[in-house]
Write a protein that binds this ligand. Structure first.
Ligand SMILES: [Zn+2]
Length: 319
């Protein structure tokens, strides 16, 4: 059985393999775990297992499994527009309407929502209607870095599959295989900074910083209590356009919220948020969150970027 393709999470894989081969398929799965924890891998394996025509599901060799792996199965449909910050509600409504059309070539029709936490309230409400009365062949796979952003009414209807951190030795062994030329100390550092999640460790080793220079300075300034770095981040932003300012402030808000989750003992965060959490107390992070929320409101209320940044320069330095 090829759930093995996913590293670690032994109990979860065992339970899934058992329930799928017994034909026990839920209508709604919520696959949760931080960035790089294997949500996409698991979603694809689960879709293949549900659509598989072989004996041991997913067999990975029947036409159905191959099509799922090649992203070419007509009954495995992704609902997202990566260009948009929030998953457009129209796409969710379209999927809802499409779900009432019978599957093309299988017994099931599977819809994948790669960013369930970014569906927004209207999107989640649109989804709720299907959750209440799904057709018998309908399966929804919701992927979420942060399942706390889902409405409790949505979350409670899902079978939740939570991806856990890997044991350090298993993670290290895998990294040694993927990066045969890397120094042992770099591998060990990546293991410890990744929080136990393979995708994050790989990103760290590939030097894949996904944050911009302004956000890097914000992290340095706030996490390291470095007032100069904070100013270096904010002063150039005084001249930015409103939309760019709002995007960056939202990114900071999300990082700070994730750092707060991390402080409350949850592991659903990125390495950057974890570093921020290490440098600040929950109370301080709450204060930062409040100031950022205000700054975002000001930006939307047509306050000039210079004034918004001035407000943050003053308030954030005093935390
Ligand atoms: Zn198969």
């Amino acid at each position: 059985m090829f759930f093995e393709t996913l590293l670690g999470n032994e109990q979860l894989k065992k339970n899934l393999a058992r329930s799928v081969s017994a034909g026990h398929i839920s209508h709604f799965y919520l696959i949760s775990g931080p960035e790089g924890s294997g949500k996409h891998t698991l979603a694809r394996l689960l879709a293949a297992a549900i659509l598989c025509r072989g004996e041991q599901k997913p067999c990975m060799s029947c036409p159905a499994c191959r099509k799922v792996m090649a992203d070419a199965h007509p009954d495995f449909i992704t609902v997202d527009d990566p260009e948009k910050k929030t998953v457009p509600v129209d796409l969710i409504r379209q999927a809802r309407a499409d779900m009432y059309i019978q599957p093309n070539e299988s017994d099931y029709k599977i819809y994948l929502f790669p960013r369930a936490q970014d569906m927004g309230l209207p999107g989640q409400n649109a989804l709720l209607k299907v959750l209440e009365e799904p057709p018998k062949y309908g399966v929804f796979l919701l992927l979420a870095d942060n399942p706390n952003k889902l409405l409790p009414t949505v979350r409670s209807r899902c079978t939740e599959l939570k991806l856990l951190p890997l044991p350090e030795d298993a993670l290290l062994a895998r990294l040694q295989k993927e990066f045969p030329n890397a120094q042992q100390e770099d591998l060990l550092a990546a293991v410890s900074r990744s929080g136990g999640f393979l995708g994050q460790a790989i990103q760290l080793l590939e030097g894949g910083e996904t944050i911009g220079p302004q956000t890097a300075l914000f992290l340095q300034g706030l996490g390291g209590k470095d007032a100069m770095a904070l100013l270096q981040a904010l002063v150039p932003m005084e001249k930015w356009k409103r939309e760019a300012l709002s995007d960056t402030l939202n990114e900071w808000l999300e990082l700070t919220e994730n750092a707060l989750f991390c402080r409350s003992g949850m592991d659903t965060v990125s390495p950057h948020a974890r570093e921020l959490a290490a440098g600040r107390t929950s109370k301080e992070l709450h204060q930062v969150t409040r100031h950022l929320q205000k700054a975002i409101q000001y930006t939307q209320a047509n306050v000039s970027p210079a004034a918004v940044c001035g407000y943050l320069e003053w308030e954030l330095q005093n935390i």
